[in-house]
Design a binder for this molecule. Structure first.
Ligand code: ATP
Ligand code: MG
Length: 393
């Protein structure tokens, strides 16, 4: 008899007819994550997902990984024992010892899928409740608002005592809400925006603009590493690295300096849109944050988005930097983000950037460039870097 993991599914329950599709996505994502750890059986029963491991499966590692799968609201472990009331009570006492010592009140809830079990659910709850009460006299029975609910389940092969649940990553299963191109720099913000959009069920295609030799090989490797750090959450990805040097040099040589950044960002958008259309992506995601830098005023964003027809999603737009940093730490990208490699945005930075441009002004400023040819050239030079394909068979 092996321990199992129980998963409570989130918002996807609300999605009516799409529910099955959402559930299948989630099951697929869970199986993919767990396949990197060992052999597990994953199945859904009455809108709860069960994970059973082989005898030698690493349940601790599985539990850890599952906390990074979007679409999961809560996860708990359950220990198995013989289907016998005393075995169940003994297991509850040992398995939930810490929780029972911590909580002020509890109740027991039992569920039987094996109807041949000789007690009703209510009888079993009362029996185990009584035993726990005796063993932990400081934790009172409270059937209305207990601090701790002890779940017991009688299933075909075994009885299970569930540990208290921990929160899941929330959101929706990656891939259930379509695909978007996500602009990934080496900074703090864009890994977080990529993570946030993935949590809404979007499969991200990371795109990085690379200005070798102005930005170094290490700067690119840092971005690949950031994408790697996101794979537990986002699944495996294919990063598109865009050769950006020629475009930046053209801008430097042919455009007025105060518009450098805005024009560069318009190129990023155009190229991102081409990649999106070629890959069935329906939006472009950035880590922009209102007012953070010169190119993130409303006018600046209007001038960069004027070249697009796809929507630009900016999950961080209204957050404070401290909140973004806290999130970067929590998801594990912060330490890599602050490694000191430069980004193409800092190459040829204007001394006095325009912060409140009109679209017409920026169009005028880039008039000397052969936009189409430069975009085509960048697209031809795309380098594809697989991310997270390491342990695939
Ligand atoms: P970040 O911390 O994500 O770099 P930032 O505050 O430094 O953001 P900018 O550098 O102006 O802001 O970039 C705004 C957004 O544009 C980034 O969040 C990212 O989505 C995108 N971006 C910037 N530089 C690049 C790049 N070299 N490759 C891909 N995307 C980029
Ligand atoms: Mg940046």
């Amino acid at each position: 008899m092996n321990d199992i993991i129980l998963i409570k599914v989130g918002e996807i329950i609300l999605k009516g007819l799409n529910r099955r599709r959402f559930e299948q996505k989630l099951l697929g994502n869970i199986r993919w994550r767990l396949s990197r750890i060992g052999k597990f059986r994953v199945y859904i029963l009455q809108s709860a997902i069960y994970v059973e491991g082989d005898a030698d499966a690493d349940m601790d590692a599985a539990f850890e990984e599952l906390q990074k799968v979007f679409g999961i609201v809560a996860i708990s472990r359950a220990a198995a024992c013989e289907k016998d009331k005393d075995a169940i009570a003994a297991l509850a006492k040992s398995y939930l010892r810490e929780d029972m010592l911590r909580a002020k009140s509890f109740k027991v809830e039992s569920k039987r899928s094996d109807k041949a079990f000789p007690m009703t659910s209510v009888e079993l709850s009362q029996y185990v409740g009584g035993e726990l009460s005796e063993a932990f006299p400081d934790c009172a029975v409270d059937v209305h608002e207990p601090e701790l609910v002890v779940h017991i389940e009688i299933r075909d092969l075994a009885a299970y005592v569930h540990a208290a649940p921990v929160p899941g990553a929330g959101g929706m299963p990656v891939g259930s809400n379509g695909v978007a191109v996500s602009l990934l720099s080496g900074g703090i913000d864009s890994p977080v925006s990529t993570w946030m959009i993935a949590r809404r069920g979007v499969r991200p295609i990371p795109v990085h603009f690379f200005s070798f030799p102005y930005t170094s090989q290490q700067a690119k490797e840092k971005v690949v590493e950031l994408a790697e750090l996101l794979t537990p959450w986002c699944g495996r990805m294919r990063m598109e690295v865009v050769p950006f040097t020629h475009i930046q040099e053209e801008i430097r040589d042919k455009c007025p300096e105060e518009y450098f950044t805005l024009i560069m960002r318009r190129f990023m958008m155009r190229i991102a849109e081409r990649i999106a259309l070629d890959n069935g992506a329906k939006a472009i995601v950035t880590g922009e944050n209102l007012g953070q830098v010169a190119s993130q005023t409303m006018e600046a964003m209007a001038s960069t988005q004027a070249v697009l027809s796809l929507p630009v999603l900016q999950p961080l737009i209204g957050m404070d930097k401290s909140e973004i940093v806290a999130m970067a730490r929590r998801i594990g990208t912060f330490d890599t983000s602050i490694l000191p490699y430069e980004d193409c945005c800092t190459v040829f930075t204007p001394r006095h950037p325009r912060t409140h441009p009109t679209v017409a002004e920026v169009e005028e400023a880039e008039a000397a460039l052969d936009v189409q040819a430069l975009v085509d050239e960048a697209i031809r030079g795309l380098e594809r870097v697989p991310v997270g394909y390491d342990s695939e068979a």
